[in-house]
Design a protein around this ligand. Sequence first.
Ligand SMILES: Nc1ncnc2c1ncn2[C@@H]1O[C@H](COP(=O)(O)OP(=O)(O)O)[C@@H](O)[C@H]1O
Ligand SMILES: [Mg+2]
Length: 314
Amino acid sequence: MTGPPLPFLTVTDVVVSYGSHLALRGVSLDVLQGKVVGLLGQNGAGKSTLMHAITGLVQLSGGFIGVGGIDVARDQRAARRLIGIAPQDLAVFPSLTVLENLRSWAELSGLRGSRCQRAVVEAIEVMQLGHLRDRRVHRLSGGEQRRVHCAMAIVGKPPLLLLDEPTVGVDPATRRAILGHVEALADEGSAVLYSTHYLAEIEQLGADVVILHQGSVLANGSVASLVSRFSESAVELTFRSPGADEVIRVPAADPVDELPAVLLRFDDRRRDLVGVAIRRPSLEDVFVQVTGGDLDPAAASAADRTPRAGLVDR
Ligand SMILES: Nc1ncnc2c1ncn2[C@@H]1O[C@H](COP(=O)(O)OP(=O)(O)O)[C@@H](O)[C@H]1O
Ligand SMILES: [Mg+2]
């Protein structure tokens, strides 16, 4: 069947509170079939809470979540069968082996018999867990456990895949395997919600972006649309001056085209000109602009800076 892709995941005005603390303050987003949406936000932004809300693990104080047309609040079991999740925290049975964990997980998502067996073998292969399959999970390294999580998420080829920071602490080969498989599943039609602190992964996945900040969506859209909306390219000139060098930034829609005119404007200072650079904005610039802080989890104090109000498309 062809036709325009449908939103498989619909999140509308979702509010979640932990006691008096509002973790999600009216979050809305859609993920279409066959699309990856990257969920960005500093620690504490509400990414994991949103993932848990989608699986029905935390209760909504307001709003609606639909998965494949099923209202999660009304029929969590049915919705759960459509979801593969790699949660941020351990969700495995530590004293069971890799194989046992995967098999019980596949059965939970409704697979039986030879289909279950095949799915488990494939997930083990994709996440390169073959040599570890009979090992108890609590004896694995952090990165290996992460791979088990991802294998569990993908084992049922779920139509909705929720991956919460799946690449934290994994080696580069595993990261490539995870990203490659996410792309493959999306190509086969799965909807994917993918949280990460690594902007390069979003760009590699060609994902649309949702920027979450203190429980609210500050901006969303394709990387290109966010970059052009929130950030601008520029010519940057560096002049020698007493003390520190002086950097002058001249915004320019097409910095290469406009370079000669910019140089001409500063012709009277050409003797002091020591550097010319073309700056093209990145997703990272957008993130800093919109949230007022770094994405780097280490820069926790950045969360206190006041965000600039964003524009949200829906
Ligand atoms: N079980 C919980 N009880 C109380 N507060 C929580 C709980 N889980 C998360 N929070 C709070 O909710 C906010 C969002 O957390 P979380 O969803 O884990 O953010 P993220 O995954 O983006 O780092 C944070 O302020 C966090 O401290
Ligand atoms: Mg989290």
